[in-house]
Design a protein around this ligand. Structure first.
Ligand SMILES: [Cu+2]
Length: 102
């Protein structure tokens, strides 16, 4: 049989992942939910051939990337604890969250 099973490490998108990088690929943010400590600089890298943005949802959010070309990067340093939701404004179905802990 050629059935492939997911390794346990590759869990669902909703599980927070402790890291400081987010890949944008296949029209999704990976990991979709990132958990970092306050003061962490997070880097997004676009690995798709389509342009994407990293844009906070709601007013007053800190994330406002330009349209990122292939291999383009965007960084932001999160100084305050909280939950920061964002989308790609070009593809609003692409959503992500950064959870910042103290
Ligand atoms: Cu996009």
């Amino acid at each position: 049989m050629t059935m492939s099973t997911s390794p346990p490490g590759r869990s669902t998108a909703a599980t927070p992942v402790a890291a400081d990088t987010v890949a944008i690929k296949n029209f999704a943010f990976s990991p979709a939910t990132l958990r970092v400590k306050a003061g962490t600089t997070v880097t997004w890298t676009n690995q798709d051939t389509d342009a994407h943005t990293v844009t906070s949802t709601g007013p007053g959010g800190p994330l406002h990337s330009p349209a990122l070309a292939t291999h383009g990067t965007y960084t932001h340093t999160f100084t305050k604890p909280g939950s920061y939701a964002y989308v790609c404004t070009i593809h609003p179905f692409m959503t992500g969250t950064v959870e910042v802990t103290s």
